[in-house]
Ligand binder design. Structure first.
Ligand SMILES: [Mg+2]
Length: 356
């Protein structure tokens, strides 16, 4: 069954509260939605989140590359040649991983609808619920502590805390949060490239000295600084995770062979879609390095793809997929969030549809 058309539209999505990291602040996000149609009328969906500060991909850039470069290479091709289609998408241009992810997710969704099977089953998955975390933006200590308490009251047992703007304040803020929520809550910290090597070691050692029991520290230094990650890992007990340092399977190969980090954070907007995410998770499994799956500020369409992947892959053991919970009026349904758990709808493909 051949691909008849691929259409692109832009969705503006206001957030419940501003999302603040060391790299950016967002009050509203945009997602690019891809609708892929087969000759028999089956329609699959994909989506991309522009993050100029991370991937370099803008809304207009994503739209343009899909319409003028990727789509012409896919029209008329059979949907059942999945890996070949994925290869065409990945080789269509350099970079543009968000655009590639949107199209590739739509291809997987469409094929699974064609076979009438949920994506996680197609990927060889089980039916377990996932345990999600909730993120706290960078802010003043008091505000972050209040939010942490609210998150625990809302049923979460894992909190991801944004840091990296001011290393001295980070030491105090995370200590205050630990004191407020007690020892039964898992705390993970994301510095979003905001520290240097020296301060990373200093901050993490301080938390270790005070027995804060931080689960992991994500991307303490700049994305390109692999030797820096390695040096931090060698000098602290707390596990270190690569996020912005990891886009492609090739990046994963380098991080793994250099033993630079303890965990990898996979995001579909960085990998360019599902197939390369699978390749990274597989490679990491061979290297005995577990993976987290995260997302940008994305709607349920592309986050659903990440959920299916996480359900299916035994080496994806940590879940950071709270983005749809930040959207004021989520236009799509299909991911079932209940307190700290995530499930998918069980319908074929992503199981996601537009709300009526
Ligand atoms: Mg991160």
């Amino acid at each position: 069954m051949n691909i008849q058309s691929i259409e692109v539209s832009v969705e503006k999505l206001p957030l419940i509260k501003p999302f603040k990291t060391a790299l950016r602040t967002a009050d509203e996000i945009e997602n690019v939605i891809v609708m892929l149609r087969l000759e028999n009328g089956i329609i699959g969906m994909g989506a991309a989140a522009p993050t100029v500060a991370i991937t370099g991909d803008s809304t207009e850039g994503i739209k343009g590359i899909i319409q003028s470069v990727i789509t012409p290479q896919l029209l008329g091709k059979s949907i059942t040649q999945l890996n070949q289609l994925s290869k065409i998408v990945q080789q269509s241009c350099v970079g543009n991983t968000s655009a590639k992810a949107a199209v590739e997710i739509a291809i997987y969704d469409t094929l699974c609808k064609f076979w009438n099977i949920p994506l996680y089953q197609f990927l060889g998955g089980k039916t377990n619920q996932l345990m999600n975390d909730m993120t706290i933006s960078i802010g003043e200590e008091e505000k972050m502590v209040t939010e942490a308490k609210q998150i625990v009251n809302n049923g979460f047992s894992i909190i991801k805390i944004k840091a990296g703007k001011d290393w001295k304040k980070d030491i105090e803020r995370i200590s205050a949060i630990r004191e407020a929520v007690g020892n039964n809550v898992t705390l993970r910290v994301d510095a979003n490239q905001g520290w240097d090597v020296k301060h990373s070691i200093e901050v993490i050692r301080e938390w270790e000295k005070d027995r804060l029991n931080i689960e992991l520290v994500e991307q303490p230094v700049r994305a390109h600084n692999i030797t820096g990650l390695k040096e931090i890992k060698r000098n602290v007990q707390t596990p270190i995770m690569a996020d912005e340092s990891l886009f492609s399977p090739r990046d994963a190969m380098k991080l793994l062979s250099e033993q630079a980090v303890d965990y990898l954070n996979i995001k579909l907007m960085k990998t360019g879609g599902i197939r390369r995410a699978l390749q990274i998770a597989d490679m990491a499994e061979v290297a005995e390095i577990e993976c987290m799956i995260g997302s940008m500020m994305e709607s349920s369409v592309s986050v659903a793809a990440a959920v299916h992947l996480a359900i299916a892959h035994p080496n994806i053991t940590k879940i950071d997929l709270d983005a749809p919970l930040w959207i004021k009026a989520e236009p799509f349904e299909g991911i079932i969030y209940e307190e700290n758990t995530i499930q998918v709808s069980g319908d074929s493909g992503l199981g996601v549809k537009r709300k009526r």
